[in-house]
Design a protein around this ligand. Structure first.
Ligand code: AMP
Length: 118
């Protein structure tokens, strides 16, 4: 697979501020936020798209959601947030290294990532 900016970020080759990190994933603020809270949870494993994940990735995928949930709770938005995973160009994905969007703090109708799909 082709390397991506998120691959470089997770490996520390491109500077980024991690709002969370562990041995499986990192989290960064989105550079072009669509809501007051817009965090990307990115696995260190470079899975291009959700459809490229396998059964071996089951625990990792669950971990990404639990990290997103924890970050939402830390920011006081645990009662109202949106999780988005764009898959493929048709799904609005632009960086082909799987990532989970955590969006909160705005009316969710304004926090879409692929308006043509709504
Ligand atoms: P997607 O369209 O689902 O692939 O989401 C990619 C997201 O990555 C977009 O919301 C971009 O704003 C964000 N993004 C791209 N490059 C960076 C970067 N260097 N740092 C933080 N966010 C980025």
């Amino acid at each position: 697979m082709a390397d991506t900016i998120f691959g470089k970020i997770t490996r520390g080759e491109v500077p980024a501020t991690f709002v969370y990190e562990d041995d499986q994933c990192v989290a960064i603020n989105d550079i072009n936020p669509q809501a007051p809270t817009h965090i990307l949870v990115i696995p260190r494993k470079p899975i291009p798209r959700l459809v490229d994940a396998s059964a071996d990735d089951q625990a990792l995928l669950g971990h990404l959601l639990l990290v997103a949930r924890e970050l939402a709770e830390q920011r006081g938005v645990g009662d109202g947030f949106r999780i988005v995973i764009n898959n493929g160009e048709g799904g609005g994905q632009t960086v082909f290294h799987l990532h989970v969007h955590l969006l909160a703090g705005a009316p969710m109708a304004e926090a879409g990532l692929a308006p043509d799909m709504q």
